[in-house]
Design a binder for this molecule. Structure first.
Ligand code: PEP
Ligand code: MN
Length: 336
């Protein structure tokens, strides 16, 4: 529920509303705006009877929020969320970030070479999976703790902060020690117990869209993390399942402006998992930036043909270099 106050409502009237909401056993969150103050009501599990509120002095209107998400919407947070990782800022108005690296950490040589190359070409963060959520159990599942240690070494040598996936609640403490941003993969977008756990950590989370999740489900999943107390959530579009088989998934780029209309959270795009083919990655990465994405995440491998996972969609070093040149020109055109 959202209580909208009159433009001239006094702070005494606002405080009276906050007290009335508390009396109902709920939490009131004042949302000051340039025009008027609103008060968000949190903590209810269903419809709230507003009879005790509606006619109090200063109240203009009471809006019942019927969407499954509130705190990630503009209604409850009228300014864009900017996420800081060291000196990097991710969000509206900031220079879009490039997150690059292999699908999985495979060896010291592989991750260090990739880290140094993507850093040299201008990437802002290094990605690499240590815990891999593979479709079948007979494929490479990641180097796990050893992979995290290699990521730490790559960070030390390149200076790039680390993005790595978390696939289970039991590893949250471990992964949190190594990651600068924890990634929740498409397969876990609705692993609500994991999302709630990530709501209690103090590191940003990249939440990837489930492969058949609607935008409403995507935002409702982000709401799980945000409402537990972790407000550093970055959404990531990575393609959805459609009838099309030429591409691995169908990149739903319209999500970028739609999310920007609905939510204050940053939205980035992963064209690698969206397309599954390396030739399609640079054009879709560029399209994502033109559509207004706050960043892109791409897979890069020193020898994609020998990659233990997702080789077909991984860019070679040369292809990454070329793409970064093109992206640089697009960012200049966009005014960054
Ligand atoms: C990944 O980023 O390596 C990954 C597994 O992606 P997704 O969860 O989008 O399939
Ligand atoms: Mn991958």
């Amino acid at each position: 529920m959202l209580i909208v106050m009159h433009r001239k409502a006094s702070s005494k009237q606002v405080n009276a509303i906050i007290a009335a909401v508390a009396q109902m056993g709920l939490t009131a969150q004042p949302i000051p705006g340039s025009e008027r103050t609103a008060i968000g009501v949190l903590g209810n599990k269903g419809y709230v009877d507003d009879a005790n509120i509606r006619y109090l002095p200063g109240v203009k209107e009471v809006i019942h929020v019927t969407k499954p998400y509130k705190v990630v919407s503009w209604d409850f947070h009228p300014r864009p969320t900017i996420i800081k990782v060291g000196s990097i800022e991710i969000g509206e108005g900031k220079k879009p970030v490039v997150i690059a690296g292999p699908c999985a950490v495979e060896s010291e040589e592989q991750i260090i070479r990739t880290a140094l190359h993507v850093k040299k070409m201008g990437a802002n963060l290094l990605r690499g999976g240590a815990f891999k959520p593979r479709t079948g159990p007979h494929t490479f599942q990641g180097l796990k703790k050893e992979g995290l240690k290699l990521l730490a070494l790559a960070k030390e040598m390149s200076g790039l902060p680390i993005v790595t996936e978390i696939i289970s609640q039991q590893n949250v403490n471990l992964v949190e020690q190594y990651a600068d941003i924890l990634q929740v993969g498409a397969r876990n977008m609705q692993n609500f117990e994991l999302l709630k756990e990530l709501g209690h950590i103090r590191k940003p989370v990249i939440l990837k869209r489930g492969m058949s999740a609607t935008i409403e489900e995507f935002l409702a999943a982000a709401e799980y993390i945000y409402s537990e107390g972790n407000h550093a959530v970055i959404l990531c579009e990575r393609g959805i399942r459609t009838f099309e088989t030429t591409t691995r998934n169908s990149l739903d780029l319209s999500v970028v402006p739609i999310i920007k209309e609905l939510s204050h959270l940053p939205i980035i795009v992963d064209p690698s998992h969206a397309t599954g083919k390396r030739t399609l990655v640079p054009p879709m990465a560029k399209a994502a930036l033109v559509a207004g994405a706050h960043g892109i995440m791409v897979e890069v491998h020193p020898e994609p043909d020998k990659a233990l996972s997702d080789g077909a969609q991984s860019l070679t070093f040369g292809e990454f270099e070329k793409m970064m040149g093109e992206i640089g020109r697009i960012l200049t055109f966009l005014g960054y």
